[in-house]
Write a new protein. Structure first.
Length: 163
């Protein structure tokens, strides 16, 4: 039961991370790191799968390898986020919304400047060829099918003996 709960939470975190790729205010990397953690505790197959995705290789792996975000990527994140916050402020001209957006903007600035370490571009892992991970996933799936087939064959044999 615990395994399925962790796996479900992993999928929720992965989904939120994917949404965060397109909605700048929602963080991508923390959700991907949490999803990878949850999958590593629940399913080897899902752990291998998430680590083979392009979004993991773009956001999660560089952070995991280097322990921070490159300055250039930070500027990109802040720029896109502030652009979206500005558009939101123009579209919804209510002081309460402006206050919320300003709070989000300040939090984002604090997070990027003071909380998340800045690393040099050279320290950030480059995009890794997905072929080895895809082969590993194929092998895991094949092993799973073999185990399932042998378990089913054993159960069928037991059932036939009982009849």
């Amino acid at each position: 039961m615990k395994r399925y709960v962790l796996m479900a939470l992993g999928f929720i975190c992965f989904g939120l991370g994917m949404i965060g790729v397109f909605i700048p205010v929602l963080p991508t990397t923390p959700f991907l790191l949490l999803a990878a953690f949850l999958f590593s505790r629940s399913s080897e197959r899902m752990d291998a799968w998430i680590k083979s995705t392009r979004v993991w290789k773009s956001y999660g792996q560089p952070f995991k390898d280097s322990g921070g975000i490159a300055r250039r990527k930070k500027f990109h994140i802040i720029g896109i986020s502030y652009l979206m916050l500005g558009v939101s402020a123009l579209l919804v001209q209510k002081p309460i919304v402006w206050g919320i957006l300003a709070t989000v903007a300040l939090f984002l600035a604090w997070l990027m400047i003071f909380h998340i370490p800045t690393v040099e571009e050279d320290d950030v892992a480059k995009f890794v060829d997905p072929e080895p991970e895809i082969e590993a996933i194929g092998q895991i799936i094949a092993e799973h099918h073999e185990q399932t087939a042998s378990a089913n064959a054993g159960a069928t044999g037991i059932k036939q003996v009982a009849e």
